[in-house]
Design a protein around this ligand. Sequence first.
Ligand code: KG4
Ligand code: ZN
Length: 334
Amino acid sequence: MEINILAVESSCDETSASIISNGKVLNNIVATQSVHEKYGGVVPELASRAHQQNLIPVIAETLKTSGISKDQLSAVAFTRGPGLLGALLVGTSFAKAFALSLNIPLIEVNHMQAHILAHFIDDPKPNFPFLCLTVSGGHTQIVLVKSHLEMEVIGETLDDAVGEAFDKSAKILGLPYPGGPLIDRYAQSGNPKAFEFPLYEMKGYDYSFSGIKTAILYFLQDRMKADASFIKNNLADICASIQYTLIALLMKKLIKAAKDLGIKEIAIAGGVSANSGLRATLAELANKYGWKVYIPAFEYCTDNAGMIAMAAHYKFLAGEFVGQEVSPLPRMKI
Ligand code: KG4
Ligand code: ZN
């Protein structure tokens, strides 16, 4: 039997659709919303409206480029959560209506599970059990992955996500949104030990990133009082030091979890996995601890429907479908 699934993703500010055929992701169409740039962050109301405008063209494009027609579809999948309620409602409502009109099953997908299952789109694929560090603008989690659909969050942020810490630090430095990639770029020519920021440690494998942002703010206010050009003259060193601190925080708990659980298969997912400092540090740790590190192609690190399609394929095989009464869960847990 052919298994062709159409998947939609609309949890935050990317409208995306993908077709997966017998476990192979055929395409991954993403419409990025630039409307949020001037506000310095995602505006939920504007995200919902942009999804409403972008979804149908994105789906039409996915169907067209995949060569799979509507009546060859076996199921429709959508992101149920976590995410912004209004944004999720757009994708959910579409998926429900489309499944109903085609009289095919509906599959709900957890966005965080999907970030992890992005590792199964291309080779090499991690071996179970593995640890996945999911780092993005909305999430920071260490997940113990036992099988495709069996996952346990063993640590997570108690406040800001690490991507948020990058973006908020960048904002304090006067850089545009999203500032994470800019901090990465400036950090490449800076000294990571130039300035020292506190390493706030939580219990177990949990994280906290809100304190560091405040520490950076006070540090900069202090230095700018003495020298109004301090940021301008030290931008590379400041960025390198911020990045060094955030990566050190991330790695401390990941190393602890890997040691405690005796796991050497380490995966990383989410937009922050594009960070060059994080990638370099992971390569060093792989050497030091004998880890095998897996990082998906960038296209599948940031929010995308390819990963939703991959998750949907495993759920289809497991017979996990939902009814028309389903509604989004903004705080959905793994
Ligand atoms: O996964 P993603 O595209 O969207 C969600 O938040 O779900 O992640 C976006 C986040 C933003 O906070 C952005 O600043 C951060 O990933 N980011 C980076 C880099 N590229 C993206 N942070 C640091 N270094 C980068 N190179
Ligand atoms: Zn995400």
